[in-house]
Design a binder for this molecule. Sequence first.
Ligand SMILES: [Zn+2]
Length: 230
Amino acid sequence: MNCQEYREWFRKREVLSSEGIISEAYLHAKTCRECSVINKIDTDLENKIRRDLYMREVPDGLLNRVELNIQSISGVKKRSSILWRTVAPALTVAAMVLLFISYNFTYFRSVEEVGRLSVESHMENLPMMFKAEEVKDISLWFRERLSFPVSIPEIGESGLKLVGGRKCKLGRNEVAYLFYKKGDKRISLYAIDTKKIRYEMEDNKKYHLPFKECEVDIWKSGDMVYSLVR
Ligand SMILES: [Zn+2]
């Protein structure tokens, strides 16, 4: 090994450490003054570092502070907390919107809404599911098909004749639909579960509303709200 080879080895000695090369280098340093000086300086420096750097106790809380800093700098933690801070309120808003939508479609919020939906249904000219003379117990017919008991009101109006019925939907709510006739005029009666009504209604007070070319009477009686469209 010559001087150049020794110095080359010296720079890379942490990785070039096979036994053969170490004994060659050792041999060269022993016989070459200059290279032995390089070796001595290096050895002295290592010893000095070992001597001057000694273990000290870490000040209170320093490790914690370092750890916290690492966490706040660390991309993963940071991203997940930013994500959570953004996503959590967005999810809350989405949930509120869904609640609001389902609430608005599931319940009747005003007597006008009941009137409007009744008139829309009345104009659809839906076919009857049964004829009045074919069904003995109309309440039973509805009880088998709806989730709430339906009572048929006594409408003391001369010339008004019940001809049939069906179930149908007003908005999202299933209701009982009764078909009446007065002369040639088609009259619709909707029987709604009061649990679906989310506004104040006085018992047996008639609310009269004109809608398009129709007239609507809406009243509450016991567990039913009725809407009569003519
Ligand atoms: Zn040398």
